[in-house]
Design a protein around this ligand. Sequence first.
Ligand SMILES: Cc1cc2nc3c(=O)[nH]c(=O)nc-3n(C[C@H](O)[C@H](O)[C@H](O)COP(=O)(O)O)c2cc1C
Ligand code: SF4
Length: 449
Amino acid sequence: MKLSEPVLTKRIPTAPFGDPKQRHTVGFDEYVKTGGYQALEKALSMEPTAVVNTVKDAIVRGRGGAGFPAGLKWSFLAPIDGGRRYLAINCDEAEPGTFKDRLLCDFDPHQVLEGIAIACYACQLDTAYFFIRGEYHHQARVMQKAIEEAYAGGIFGKQGLLKGKSKFAVDCILHRSAGAYICGEETGLLEAIEGKRGWPRIKPPFPAVKGLFGRPTIVNNVETLAAAAHVVERGADWWKGIGTQSRHPGGMPSFGPKLMGVSGHVNRPGVYEAPLGVKLSELVNDYCGGMRNGKKFKGAIAGGVSMGVLGADQFDAPMDYDIGRDYQVLGLGTACPTVFDEDTDMVAVARNIARFFKNESCGQCTPCREGSGWMLKSLLRIERGDGTSADLDLLLEVAGSMGLTPGTTICGLADGNNWAVRTIVNKFRGEFEARVKPKFVPVYVTAGR
Ligand SMILES: Cc1cc2nc3c(=O)[nH]c(=O)nc-3n(C[C@H](O)[C@H](O)[C@H](O)COP(=O)(O)O)c2cc1C
Ligand code: SF4
């Protein structure tokens, strides 16, 4: 399954359409010369609600992890009341193994800014905060320069969008994160932009009703916004011609091209653009040149560590939004798989992931704060060979008790921890059992009584 043409990577040479060695950062003039900002021009010729309806009709599912349809989210916004309204762009990208938004920032920042301008017009949002991961120093510089170019080119600023073609004026501000994973959670992100500690908020109210500084706010991922611009330019039917329908009656489809960042034990790790629904095995063999050193596939993180792992018998899983339901993982996430070969120690993988979540828990909810520590301790014991089968049971019990799904935490970080550890233990249980000592029930023989 391949695209007939590159879409998001049109200006970013990527296999099989181009040679990554030819990549360079596309500045404002080159972007405009190659058809850039025409989607914005088209959007401005439409009523804002018509733009929202186009994105809604296309069913552009959010590319940040949850897969919530962008157009639907836009339609939930509180009505215009004359006060400020915000767009918060999520470029936190701190999920281990996920590096797809970085590609857009690195090489085609104006594609992202065009999507931002369109979303602001469609939803009548006057200020956009581009929230970027703290460690993305280079990308922050590239984006800041592109924002300045966009102001100079009349995209943003007081005169109104696109040199005043619309009276609606938008400001775009880059905000650098201080570097915590939890600031990628949408309400943690809003707290961080407000200058506070990145603690997720209890929902409802959702940001579309009460978000940044208490005002209606849309939070969208970088790739979602870039994709929305293409949908506006080429129409919902074109978008729906790429990707796949749901395998379940009445299920939501997985339309469009998707950036998939592949890492781990493959010959050519990197970001590829593929239609949703491409099989993981195809991604590994056809796009990434196969498994490294000809080793066998053992498993893969589905799309960011929070989603859990696919087992050895799930190599042909289609990379679409039904993957969670059909392959016992949490979901597609960011569609950035980390691939493991036959030599991988899955106990060490679980321990490494548990350590990440323990360090990144913000500590507000007891099950996440305490549970993440317990899980790491159990896994360290098992890895050292000091654990018993009781540790394995405790590990699964603690994992299953934390998260939004059991309803015990404020945000989904705990679900990520829970799913990652549970899927690894369940799908590679033999490796864990081989490391633990059986826990014997003491039997007292009282001879002679
Ligand atoms: C712990 C945690 C971390 C997250 N990190 C990110 C992130 O780095 N980037 C992102 O776009 N979404 C992230 N999300 C998802 C956001 O909360 C939100 O769903 C997303 O930004 C919405 O954008 P979308 O609908 O365009 O996907 C994270 C969620 C959780 C629970
Ligand atoms: S689930 Fe964990 S990270 Fe999320 S709010 Fe609760 S303690 Fe913080």
